[in-house]
Each structure stands twice: as C-alpha cells, then as structure tokens.
Design a protein around this ligand. Structure first.
Ligand SMILES: *Cc1c(COP(=O)(O)O)cnc(C)c1O
Length: 405
C-alpha cells in the first residue's frame, strides 16, 4: 500500500533573497503566474506576446524588431546567441574575468568556434585598449563578446566605446545583460549592441525560466547568412522567429504560457516605476549597503567606478567564518546571500539587491543581522554603526533631492 499522505503540502519558508538571483518577486507577478492558461496560438495570448515584445523593446532601449523572450533561464539566452551567431570555423574575442565570461568561451568552443580569450584578473574589467589591440592583431573576428555585469565578481564592464570599435572592425557586439537589465542602464541601440540577452530572475524580478533576447538588423543578417543550420534545433532563432512573427505564427515549441504572464506583469512594474527611477533606486540602495558594510571592514572587490549596485561583491576579513555566517543568516534570519565562486570561494560574499529585493528595509535588516552575528562572535565591539551609515546615505539622498527640487 502506498500513501500520498507522506508527501505534505510544500510551503516555502519566508526568505529575504539577497543573493545573485533569484530575486524577490512582486505579489502582482506571483498572481499573474497563477492565472488560467490559454492556448499558445489563442489570439488573446498572441496579443499578450505582442505587448511583451513592446515592453522588452522599452527595457532594452531598442527599436529591434527581433526582440523576444526565449524559454529557459539566462544561460539559454547565452547559448541561443552563441549557437546562432558563431558558426563552426568562426572566431570570437571574449572577455574572461569571471565565471560567465569563461562559460561564454566554453560555449563558443562547443559550437565549433575559436574563442580568443582576453583574460583579466577576477574583480577587474576588460580594458578597452586591450580589446582594441586584440582586434587589430587578430584575423577577421565574427564577434566581440562581453559580460556587462559579471555576477561572480560584481564588476560593471564599461560598454559605451565598444560599439564603435566593433563597427570599425566589422564585427558583431554580443553582450550578456543577465544581471544588468532593469538595474543599471542597458542601451542596446545607443551603444550599438548587436545581440543582447538577459534572464527573468535577476533585476526584472520574475521567476527563473525565460531569457529576454534582442538582435539588431546586423545580427539578423548574420543569422540569415549562416553557411550551416544552427546545431541546436530548440534554440534555432530563425525557427523561433517564425513563432514570434505576427504573420506566420508557426508552431515551434509550446510557449511557456504562465511564465510569459509573469514576465508581462514584471515588465509592467518596471515601466510603471520608470527605468530611470529604477536605476536610481538600485544605485541608492547599493550605496547605502556599501556604506554599512565598510564600517564592518567588508571591502568591495571591484575598483571604484566599476562596482555593480545590484551585486555587491565584498572581500572578507581574515577572522570571519564564511560558511558559518551565511548559514546563520539563512537559518536564524531567513536571509540568503551568495558566497564566492571558483577562485573566490570562501573569500567574498555576493550581496544582491535586484529588483524587488532592492529596498531600504532589506538593506537595514541585513546589516543589522550581520552586526548581531559579528558581535556575537566577538568580531565587532560597537554594533549599530553599519545601520547608521546606511541610514545616513538615505538621509543625504533625500536632503539633496529636496535641494534640487
Ligand atoms: C545568472 C547569470 C547567467 C545565467 O543565468 P541563469 O538564469 O542562471 O541560467 C548568465 N550571465 C550572467 C552574467 C549571470 O549573472
């Protein structure tokens, strides 16, 4: 006799998600995820897809016709772009200064391309001069591939000069905007980006499961001019384009209906708030958090001017026990933060303030919890300073907002 009573209702515990993703999801998005299904070719659903495309164009700041949301997480967006734009025999220059740059290089090689890696130490950017030299010294290069927000190190890669350089060398500019989209400016058209992909679970604050993606007319041309069909059938963007295209709507795969409901609502929230206001909110909360953490001797890994506000990567002082603190945060306070990856394992924390997670109440709750844990272990003599420093950042922001009003 088997019984189902041993499988109880799953009720997830309450968590403050302050890691590298997923981020917290707004109740309106959770509601959208639970609505009744429609068929994936139902005219009402197709209307929703059109709205998602329009909202994504606003988010990516592009006029690109080819702007869609793929099934799969951010890595599916990454693999779709690489497998469609890099053919066997193609060469791509890729910036490798963290986990995601090195994942991109691996994908390029698996799809038969040659990855010319620009390796830089984790925690630093890819300098434009190095990219320029590499482009000048290399045989024709199909694409330059860079990670805008390197989530493994908290590094914010400057991109504004890259587009012109790519055009000068007739190469495509491919950008990973998984963590940056919806948190810091991502200006696809103004920066000359040819292919840009993201994920739903970071600053867009939806569940993991979709990868927003946009291709410039140049990238679409490269796709059309492929010598061989894309090795991946599921991620073949020329097939997927026929489903998103308003005229053909050819069946390729069954669209993840509920996920698209959720993304639609998440994007509505982004634009109700306004991109500019959302970006300011991320910067302000990131600044407040860092002001608090510096009082605890937790120092940012990236250099000044290149620190992501939504992914704060800080190095740990010697006496701090990484695993013990993170376990206590989760178990006793319900707060999740990220540890270090690869060479940074045990050496850094990655504190996310993405989308819905990015709020003063969360910043203050977190720094207070951290102070309590530190004080409890004798690592901190005068608790209270971190929260105070964070509060001062908010007060100063309000004061200067009043002054300029
Ligand atoms: C999270 C992330 C990815 C991968 O996204 P998944 O949703 O985990 O598949 C890719 N690139 C960057 C920069 C990321 O932060």
């Amino acid at each position: 006799m088997s019984s189902t009573s041993q499988y109880q209702d799953f009720i997830p515990p309450h968590r403050l998600l302050m890691g590298p993703g997923p981020s917290m999801v707004h109740p309106r998005v959770l509601h959208a995820l639970s609505l009744p299904l429609l068929g994936h070719l139902d005219p009402v659903f197709l209307g929703l897809m059109n709205e998602i495309q329009a909202l994504l164009r606003l988010t990516f700041q592009t006029q690109n016709d080819f702007t869609i949301a793929l099934p799969g997480t951010g890595s599916a967006g990454m693999e779709a772009v690489i497998s469609n734009l890099i053919e066997p025999g193609d060469t791509a220059i890729v910036g490798v200064n963290g986990v995601f740059g090195s994942r991109l290089a691996t994908m390029i090689e698996r799809h038969g391309g040659t990855a010319l890696r620009i390796e830089m130490p984790w925690g630093t950017t890819i300098p434009i001069e190095v990219l320029q030299d590499r482009l000048s010294d290399s045989p024709p290069v199909k694409a330059v591939v860079l990670v805008h927000a390197e989530t493994s190190t908290g590094v914010w890669q400057p991109l504004h000069e890259v587009g012109a350089l790519c055009r000068q060398h007739d190469t495509l500019m491919i950008i990973d905007a998984v963590t940056s989209l919806g948190g810091v400016p991502v200006e696809v058209d103004a920066w000359g980006i040819d292919a840009c992909y993201s994920g739903t679970q970071k600053c867009l604050s939806c569940s993991p499961g979709l990868a927003p993606l946009t291709l410039s007319p140049r990238a679409v041309r490269a796709l059309r001019q492929r010598r061989t069909p894309c090795h991946s059938w599921y991620l073949d963007l020329s097939l997927i384009a026929e489903y998103w295209d308003g005229h053909s709507r050819a069946y390729h795969h069954t669209a993840p209906i509920s996920m698209l409901y959720g993304l639609h609502e998440a994007l509505r929230l982004v634009h109700e708030e306004g991109l500019a206001a959302r970006i300011t909110r991320h910067q302000l909360n990131g600044d407040a958090l860092m002001a608090g953490l510096e009082t605890l001797d937790l120092k940012p890994l990236p250099p000044p001017g290149h620190r992501l506000p939504m992914l704060n990567c800080v190095t740990l002082p010697d006496q701090i026990d990484d695993t013990m603190v993170r376990t206590t945060l989760l178990k006793d306070y319900g707060i999740e933060i990220g540890g270090g990856l690869g060479p940074l394992r045990g050496q850094v924390w990655r504190i996310g303030l993405m989308g819905e997670s990015c709020q003063p109440a969360h910043v203050l709750t977190f720094v207070n919890a951290l102070e309590e844990i530190f004080a409890g272990h004798g690592w901190l003599r005068h608790p209270g300073r971190a929260a105070q420093a964070a509060m001062e950042t908010y007060t100063e922001f309000q004061r200067s907002a009043r002054r300029s009003a």
